[in-house]
Design a protein around this ligand. Structure first.
Ligand code: GDP
Ligand code: MN
Length: 389
């Protein structure tokens, strides 16, 4: 689960990581109230959306007077912010962070993530922090340093010294850097984070370190034991189709392609997405209807897949176990009757009651394309999508 920058900074503040003084605003009136309290300029006006790259998209602006704060805020609040991370559709800005500006001597990158290779937490840092970190990672990866932490031993002072040394931090900032890393590590493990990213961590003219930006993600499977984190969830930032799917207990993740797919079982769903890609097409979603799905869930699955206007074809790939093929077939027929399916549907099913399932589909009068096996299904989807180009 993602949270907003202003919420992440509040958590940092509570954990003694220095952040600039700032307040969240939901309206222009609130912006003015906050600006009137500001001690000195510049002030930074920052769009709060669940995506990075806001600076590049015009969602982070400096202002040098109360009037300028208001003018900047008026432009950003309500705008559709398009950044390299939002996709072309962008995200509507509904909140702003109005923050005390900081004089920047240097921008560093600092993050903590799980590292599957070492089965621990890795601290990543770079002297080349700021808005071009993706370019640094792609072109000069040697500028990103990594310090692995053994989860059983926890963070040690040598981890901090190594990172500080590799970054070439000035002596004045090292003590503060150690404290920041220790606090972040504690926050990460205590709250079951999956990522903490501070980009930039800045060094000011007076050699003070500040977290100028903060992105924190949480492991959703652990949220049951962090009620206070769950309260930070902002439903307005959720993908509307994913939110609807969650209400129907469907495991759906929207993707960018044009082949919708409905599968039972997460492993089979992953394999099916691979097969769609190998056929030269791109999946429009991940959808696991679950082992125990009924006809109604299949119908809901179809409805959600079809709400995505990118979908040009659907691949149904079901291995009938607990979800029997005849139940699936009834679901497809029901869905076709209740919702208008206007794209080709390729069905591959195998397993319990497959003959009955095939008969239900054949007798339904629907124009379905049946596939004998996975390879056949992939070829059929590939040629449908290939024919669209
Ligand atoms: P992002 O683009 O979504 O990652 O948003 P950031 O919060 O990282 O802001 C983007 C950039 O704005 C930073 O890399 C800084 O260069 C700049 N910026 C943010 N806050 C301040 C500030 O207080 N003072 C100055 N001078 N620049 C800032
Ligand atoms: Mn940033």
């Amino acid at each position: 689960m993602k949270i907003h920058e202003y919420q992440a900074k509040e958590l940092l503040r509570l954990n003694k990581v220095p952040v600039p003084l700032g307040f969240v605003a939901h309206s222009l009136a609130e912006v003015r109230e906050i600006a009137a309290k500001v001690v000195s300029f510049p002030v930074v006006v920052k769009a709060q959306i669940h995506a990075g790259g806001r600076g590049k998209g015009g969602g982070v602006k400096l202002a040098h007077s109360v009037e300028e704060v208001a003018a900047r805020a008026e432009k950003i609040l309500g705008m559709n912010l398009v950044t390299p991370q939002t996709g072309p559709a962008g995200k509507k800005v509904k909140k702003l962070l109005i923050e005390q500006g900081v004089s920047i001597k240097h921008e560093y990158y600092l993050s903590l993530v799980h590292d599957r290779a070492s089965a621990g937490i890795v601290i990543m840092a770079s002297v080349a922090g700021g808005m071009d970190i993706e370019k640094v990672a792609a072109e000069t990866p040697e500028k990103i340093i990594k310090v692995n932490v053994n989860p059983l031993l926890g963070i040690q002072s040598y981890h901090c010294r190594n990172a500080a040394f590799l970054l070439g931090l000035p002596v004045e900032a090292i003590r503060q850097f150690n404290q920041i890393i220790n606090s972040l590590y504690q926050l990460f493990t205590e709250k079951d984070c999956s990522q903490i990213e501070i980009n930039p961590l800045v060094l000011t003219d007076s050699d003070q370190l500040y977290a100028l930006d903060a992105k924190i993600n949480f492991d959703e499977s652990a949220l049951f034991r962090h009620k206070e984190i769950l309260e930070l969830h902002d439903p307005e930032e959720d993908d509307p189709l994913e939110a609807e799917a969650a209400r129907f207990n469907l495991n759906y993740i929207k993707l960018d392609g044009n082949v919708g797919n409905m599968v039972n079982g997460a492993g089979l769903a992953m394999a099916t997405m691979d097969i769609i890609k190998m056929a030269g097409a791109e999946p429009a979603n991940f959808l696991d209807v679950g082992g125990g799905a009924n006809a109604e869930m299949v119908e809901n699955g179809f409805r959600i897949i079809l709400k995505d206007t990118n979908v040009k074809a659907i691949l149904v790939n079901i291995f009938g176990g607990i979800l029997r093929c005849d139940v699936l077939a009834q679901g497809i027929v029901q869905a076709a009757k209740n919702s208008h399916i206007d794209v080709p549907v390729v069905v591959r099913m195998e397993g319990t009651n497959v003959e009955q399932g095939r008969k239900i589909l054949a007798d339904s009068g629907l124009e379905l394309i049946t596939a004998v096996d996975l390879q056949d299904a992939a070829q059929k989807i590939g040629s449908i999508v290939g024919g669209l180009k």
